[in-house]
Structures are given as C-alpha cells and as structure tokens.
Design a protein around this ligand. Structure first.
Ligand code: ADA
Length: 570
C-alpha cells in the first residue's frame, strides 16, 4: 500500500513503537500536570490504547507517554498524528505545543527548531469524560471510549521555504479528465510561490509567482494524462505530486462523480445500490487502534459478504482503512463524532464549535479518498427538535463550503418528525423494528420489519422527499455468538439470521431504497455499567461477526443476498 499522502521532499521519522508510559490516575486537571519528576515505570505501544491492555482495563485518568527522536539540529519540525482519544496535551522538550480535544481526528502541530539533536516528545492523554474538556464524547455512547494514541505518529523535518499543508484534488470534468487542485500552504507562507504539478509521473502544470489567497490556498486546474474513472467495479487510482520550493507532497485520487437520480445514489452517473454495514473500529484487544492486519481482514470479510458500502460509525476513520477502501472500491459514509446528542448539548458552549472543527478536519483529511461518497454528522442527534436546526444547518453548510463533490447526510432516528431532512442530499434513517419492538407482546416481532420500512418510505414520499435517496443507515438484531435455542428467541443466532434475511431481501428488492448499512459489522465493547443489562457481556452484540470476526449464522444469509447483486459497471 502506497503511503498516502507521501512527503518525498522531507525527512520523516516514524515515531510508532514502544513509548515510556506512566498512568497518573485521577489528576485534578490534566492541563496543569507537572512534568517535572514524572516517573515512567511502564511501557506502552503507539499506536495503542492503554485501557485495552489488562493492566489498565477500566481505568480512567491521565496517562503520560514519552519518546525521543533524533533529528537534524536547527530544522523546524511538524508532528503529525492520525488521531487519538479522548483528550491530549502535546509537549516537545517540555514546551507545550497544543491541546487536542477532537477524538479520532488527524492533526498536525508545528515544532520550533532547536540546536540539539535529541528531542523529547511527551503526550499527556486523558480518557475521562468531561464535557468542557472533550465536548464531543459522552459516557452514554453505546461504544467504549478508550484512551490512547490510536493512530500513527510522525515527526517531519520541514524545509526552510514554503511548506505544503495538503493538496486537495477534485474532479472538474470527468469526461475530459480534468481536476481542480487546491494546494494548502502552512502559515506563514510567502507572498508568491512556484508550484510544479505532476500526475502519474507526467508534468502537467507549472505555476510561477502564484499568490496564495488569504487562507494560504493556491488553486489551479490540471488534466490527467491518461484518465481512467474510479468505480466500485474498477477502482483505478491516479497519483498527483505537487512541488513547492523543496517541499513535495504526493496524493492519490480517483476520478469519479457522485450524484443522485430517481432516489438512488449514482457514481459516474450510474445508479449503485449501497449494500453494506456500519462498522466500528473495534477489537477487544486493541480498542480502536486496529493493527493493519485487522483492517485488511475486515476488508476481506466485507468483500466476501458482497458489500460495496460501509458506514464508518460514528467518527472520522483511520486513513489506512480509507486507503484500503479506495483500493477495493468500497464506498464509504464517513461521519464526525456524535451519538444521540440532545437539545441541551446543542446549546452547550464548546459543543457547536467542536462539531464544526471536527467535521471540517474530517473533510480536509479525507478529501482525496474517492471511496468517501457521503459526509455525515451527529448520529441519532435530536434532529426532531427546533434546537437542532442551527447546528445541523451549520454543519451541512460547512461541508458544502469545503466540498461540493459529495453528498451530505446524517443518520436520523426520527423519520416521522425530523426537522432537518431538507438539509440532506440523502435521507438516512436508523430503525430497529422487530428488535426494539413496537409491541413487546407480539409473538412474531420480525413481522414488524417490512411494515415499518414501508411506513417510513411512504411518510417521506408524502412529505416532499420522494426524490431524495432513502438509506437505511442502521437496522439489526443482537445475537450472542454460539447461542442457539429451539425457540429462536432474541439473542439467538437463528433470530438474527431470520431478521437480516427479511431486511436484506426487502432492501434488495425495493427500488425506492437507496441502500442499507446493517447494524453492525462485528460486535463491539460498550458500557459496562447498568446499561449492560441490555448489552449482554457489555458488548453490543448486533454484529454479523463477533468481536474476533467469527461469523454468526447470519453471515451466510447476508452473503447470499448481497452476493447476488451484480456490481454496477460505472
Ligand atoms: C443506535 C446507535 C448505534 C447503536 C444501536 C443499537 O441506532 O446509532 O450506535 O447503539 O442504536 O445497537 O441499539
């Protein structure tokens, strides 16, 4: 797998490995932690989650991670990390560089030059819930919120001239094979820059004396020398390399358009039914810090099931997973972190701002992944309340200001009284008929599935949304791996199989449904408190696979349905 983005003009030091570690526990205020005299009595893997290890399981508090890196003296640097949680303060040589309050978001931090070679990187990570410090994470979420440095860390030695922060590549004209490029420069940028653009190794554009705009952006267009569209059936990728002074960034991109027609999502103008899963980045032994082998295995499983779609529930995704989806032609719904927020959250200081910041970071970080076709936010927020309007409208507008090449959506649990569907290009509905049954006395809860999906569809069609694609963004039933019973009751693998059989058949046969993201790919750890009364083993057990990716009975049924739908030649 190509490392994307790549920085061939820079010396890059990978910091992944075993770091010094100290668990400081319930400190009064992690931001005020005294670094002097910290005793690092333990070691911890980076990437990794300390509370996914037995020694720290269930512990919440401040943890200190420390490593050293040998760099060229006198050269300024940049720390680049793919994401961590839940909160962190980063120091180099004891000097604070910044605070990270957006769990799962990739970030960079500039590091001033120093005269010495050995630099110390220290990261204070805190995994306690605190709505003021970490506005986006709450203890009521139905997935375990871990502490750690979830994704890779790198130290970049930066050139003395202009520095490229990122390059965004968007399709301008699919048939002509032209793209729009936005080169983002890191502050402070010079008044004028020279840029050289290469696509697939062919020089395609030279810009001399270009003036960056007030945000440090330089925009231009370019023609791909041998343009081949990207599609689920043929996921062809192109490479773009931009040089500015001595800095150079290499990005991968795909030529494809995303649209909507007759209530379906289109790729390059061809309607594609979205068939797949909601997937947590989760494993009992790693938390969300999944090793590459697990990502590859998850992709293998999704393909074996016949899926063409995955919803990255409920946060910005590991860029390595998106790289794999780009290569496999799996379409992705990526969303910023949200789970069931209520009006009191919407009005809370810091929450609105953090939502916007994370959504913006997600769009920027994932811009060049052709696999991402839907941007989302605020899973199951109180979108039926008047208080939701401002935030939903701001998030949709923010996404469209940054990227008009994809569709905007959000998973709603209020199909009959949602107030924000007008803001969405695709209506996404989470619904659990036959599991959280309407009528708890019904002898045949599965009989609720089709009538409920039909009622949702008819309601939306009658209320002016007949043209918008309708995606069932969650639906499912729990099954404990290995639990069989002649009554085929709730929690048996048999009940789940019957349930998903009805759902998949209905979605595949019904032309009004744009697709489904079944809840969920694999079981994942969730709260262990009183809520675990509805979550046996303290897991959300609605996976078609268990947490170790062992298939339940429903696997064969989903595979039979999804595998029967031929891939669309887009
Ligand atoms: C919601 C939520 C999921 C999960 C699911 C369930 O729809 O979005 O994260 O909690 O319910 O299993 O009940």
């Amino acid at each position: 797998m190509l490392m994307v983005p790549g920085f061939p003009g820079r010396v890059v030091h990978g910091l992944d490995g075993v770091w010094d570690f100290a668990f400081l526990g319930d400190t009064p205020d992690p931001a005020q932690t005294d670094l002097v005299g910290l005793a690092f009595g333990d070691r911890m893997a980076v990437p990794g989650c300390f509370d996914a290890t037995p020694a720290y399981a269930g512990r919440r508090g401040t943890a200190a991670y420390r490593t050293t890196v040998s760099v060229t003296p006198g050269i300024r640097g940049l720390l680049r990390c793919g994401g961590l949680g839940m909160w962190a303060r980063v120091f180099v040589d004891g000097v604070p560089l910044g605070v990270i309050d957006l769990p799962y978001s990739g970030f960079t931090l500039p590091v001033p030059a120093a005269a010495h070679r050995e630099r110390e990187v220290l990261v204070l990570v805190d995994n306690r819930f605190d709505a003021n410090r970490v506005p986006l994470m709450e203890p009521f979420f139905d997935f375990y919120c871990y502490g750690g440095i979830y994704r890779s860390v790198e130290w970049h030695e930066l050139p003395s001239g202009p520095v490229i922060d990122g390059v965004e590549v968007a399709v301008a004209d699919l048939a002509a094979g032209t793209v729009r490029l936005r080169v983002r420069l890191l502050a402070p940028w010079p008044e004028r820059v020279d840029l050289d653009v290469t696509i697939d190794g062919v020089p395609v554009r030279e810009l001399r004396n270009a003036a960056p705009d007030k945000e440090g952006h330089v925009d231009c267009t370019a023609t791909v020398p041998d343009p081949t569209p990207w599609s689920p059936a043929r996921p062809v990728l192109h490479t773009c390399s931009v040089r500015c002074g001595t800095d150079r960034v290499t990005e991968r991109f795909g030529l494809r358009t995303v649209g909507v027609r007759d209530g379906l999502v289109t790729i390059n103008g061809t309607a594609v039914k979205l068939l797949g899963y909601c997937r947590h980045e989760a494993h009992p032994q790693f938390g969300p810090a999944l090793p590459l082998q697990q990502l590859v295995q998850d992709l293998q499983i999704l393909r074996d099931l016949g899926c063409n779609f995955v919803r990255g529930s409920h946060y910005p995704q590991d860029p390595r997973f998106l790289n794999l989806c780009d290569e496999a032609g799996i379409l992705v719904f990526e969303e910023s972190l949200g789970w069931g927020q209520k009006p009191e959250h919407f009005s809370r200081s810091g929450f609105h701002d953090a939502q916007l910041r994370q959504t913006r970071a997600m769009v920027r970080n994932s811009f060049n992944h052709p696999c991402v076709v839907l941007w989302g936010f605020l899973n199951e927020g109180a979108s039926h309340t008047p208080e939701s309007r401002t935030l939903y409208a701001d998030l949709a507008a923010e996404i469209r200001a940054l990227d008009r090449s994809r569709l905007v959506t959000y998973a709603s649990m209020h199909p009959f009284d949602d107030r924000n569907f007008d803001l969405a290009d695709v209506i996404s509905v989470n619904t659990y008929p036959g599991w959280y049954a309407q009528d708890r006395n019904t002898p045949a809860p599965c009989d609720e599935i089709v009538p409920r999906l039909t009622a949702i569809r008819q309601h939306l069609d009658r209320h002016g949304f007949a043209d918008k694609p309708l995606l069932i963004s969650e639906i499912g039933a729990g099954a404990i791996y290995g639990w069989h019973d002649p009554l085929e009751a709730h929690w048996t693998e048999e009940y789940q199989e019957r349930y998903l059989d009805i759902v998949c058949r209905h979605v595949c046969e019904n032309p009004r449904l744009a697709g489904v993201a079944l809840w969920q790919f694999c079981d994942c750890r969730t709260y262990a408190g009183a809520m675990a009364l509805t979550r046996p083993r303290a897991f959300n057990n609605k996976g078609t696979l268990d947490e170790y990716r062992r298939p339940k009975l429903a696997y064969r049924t989903v595979k039979r349905h999804f595998g029967n739908v031929p891939p669309e030649p887009c």
